[in-house]
Design a protein around this ligand. Structure first.
Ligand code: NAP
Ligand code: MG
Length: 403
């Protein structure tokens, strides 16, 4: 008897190799076991192009309505992709569109397996990155300065008061200039999301910025974050966890020397860069999960990696592939567990946990894709193809009680 999932989940399909493994996962690990109302949105590049990208906005609106979404990796087109797929234009990043509609914080957490030792030997527990997903260089205005002249930053108050003008630089020749922004409300909700996550998971919260150099911009982040942490002091104390502010360069050094087990809150760019560093440090992009949490408690789960395009071209040539589906499976289990938690349906939560255990049991039992085989300790003699790995997980799932 399939397990009944009370409320719907928004499923967003994607592109290339990620799409291929997505369909295998759904067919072999999800639909046979669950009676699930799926709201399906095809965010594959062709469908986005046909709908002038309205499909992405509709999917984000559906997450707002149902509360839970699960997303496959998608192509963010550049000029080469426009040509490759004959697109009408360079559509925006679907993740960027969804983030700006839900206004959230992205948390990235590595999956740890006993036989996949991290590259940094001190790391024992997950390092979770909380990335502020709004503003800074991701919503900047910039240009190339063609020759001598002055660049200024100008603010015009809506109330009609006096303009504020700050000189950026007197150029004596060619150069570049950029203006960027953030908002107090977005920073505050970023801080709150990180505080809730850290207290919920009972892990310390670190926040790093460069306030020694950027006294106003980064200083503003430090102050707003600090105020929110101060307001939550009692909750921190009763959860037995601490808040720490560090200079970003010190944070990097301390994180590498630590045994892990903290939430590292990062400004947008730092989070983008550091999550790749942490993912690689823990073994493979194929083991990094990602969840977008909105201030009003909506969740969107996905794998942190992209569409794994090199593997897809091999797949198109008819060659076997060994693409790691673990993070995509954990996107589903994350969504299902959260759905069950919100709906108060414990059998759904239990199914999600059982599926995660089946994945870990497969890898720890020596069945793994090539990316993991290269770093496994003890060594394994052969790697599983993508489908073989998913079949091995399905077998272990069927054997488990409580599925
Ligand atoms: P990527 O798809 O993450 O792949 C980068 C490399 O990492 C792969 O070539 C592969 O290395 C390895 N890798 C990543 N995931 C893996 C997995 N599950 N199993 C095994 N190896 C894995 O990043 P990309 O090549 O920069 O981007 C490709 C496309 O994905 C782009 O169009 C980009 O826009 C899109 N993208 C989407 C998202 C998203 O939707 N969230 C995120 C990032 C990128 P080897 O080739 O060495 O095996
Ligand atoms: Mg990145």
């Amino acid at each position: 008897m399939p397990i009944k999932v009370k409320n719907p989940i928004v499923e967003m399909d994607g592109d290339e190799m990620a799409r291929v493994i997505w369909h295998m996962i759904k067919e072999k690990l999800i639909t046979p076991f669950l009676d699930l109302d799926i709201r399906y949105f095809d965010l594959g590049i062709k469908r986005r192009d046909e709908t002038d990208d309205r499909i992405t906005v509709e999917a984000a609106e559906a997450i707002k309505e149902t509360g839970i979404g699960v997303k496959c990796a998608t192509i963010t087109p550049n000029a080469a992709r426009v040509k490759e797929y004959g697109l009408k234009q360079q559509w925006k990043s679907p993740n960027g569109t969804i983030r700006s509609i839900l206004d959230g914080t992205v948390f990235r957490k590595p999956i740890i397996m006993k036989n996949i030792p991290p590259a940094v030997r001190f790391w024992k527990k997950p390092i979770v990155i909380g990335r502020h997903a709004y503003g800074d260089i991701y919503k900047c205005a910039e240009f190339v300065v063609e020759g001598p002249g002055t660049a200024e930053l100008v603010f015009t108050p809506a109330s009609g008061g006096e303009k504020k003008v700050v000189k950026v630089h007197d150029f004596s020749g060619k150069g570049v200039a950029m203006g960027m922004h953030n908002t107090e409300s977005s920073i505050r909700s970023f801080a709150k999301a990180c505080i809730n996550y850290a207290i919920g998971e009972k892990i310390d919260l670190w926040f790093g910025a460069k306030d020694t150099i950027s006294k106003q911009y980064h200083g503003f982040f430090r102050d707003v974050f600090g105020e929110e942490a101060e307001k939550a002091k009692e909750k921190f104390d009763s959860a037995g966890v601490k808040y720490r502010y560090l200079l970003i360069d010190d944070a990097v050094a301390q994180v590498v020397k630590s045994e892990g087990g903290m939430l590292w809150a990062c400004m947008n760019y730092d989070g983008d860069v550091m999550s790749d560093m942490v993912a690689t440090g823990f073994g493979s992009l194929g083991l990094m999960t990602s969840v977008l949490v909105s201030p009003d408690g909506k969740y969107e789960f996905e794998a942190a990696h992209g569409t794994v395009v090199r593997h897809y071209y091999e797949h198109l040539k008819g060659n076997p592939t060994s693409t790691n589906p673990v993070a995509s499976i954990f996107a589903w289990t994350g969504a299902l567990a959260k759905r069950g938690e919100i709906d108060n349906t414990l059998d759904v939560v239990r199914f999600a946990r059982t599926l995660e255990e089946a994945v870990i049991a497969a890898v720890e039992g020596g069945v793994m894709t090539k990316d993991l085989m290269l770093i496994a300790e003890p060594k394994v003699s052969k790697f599983a193809r993508t489908e073989e790995f998913i079949d091995a997980v399905a077998e272990r799932l069927k054997q488990r009680p409580g599925k």
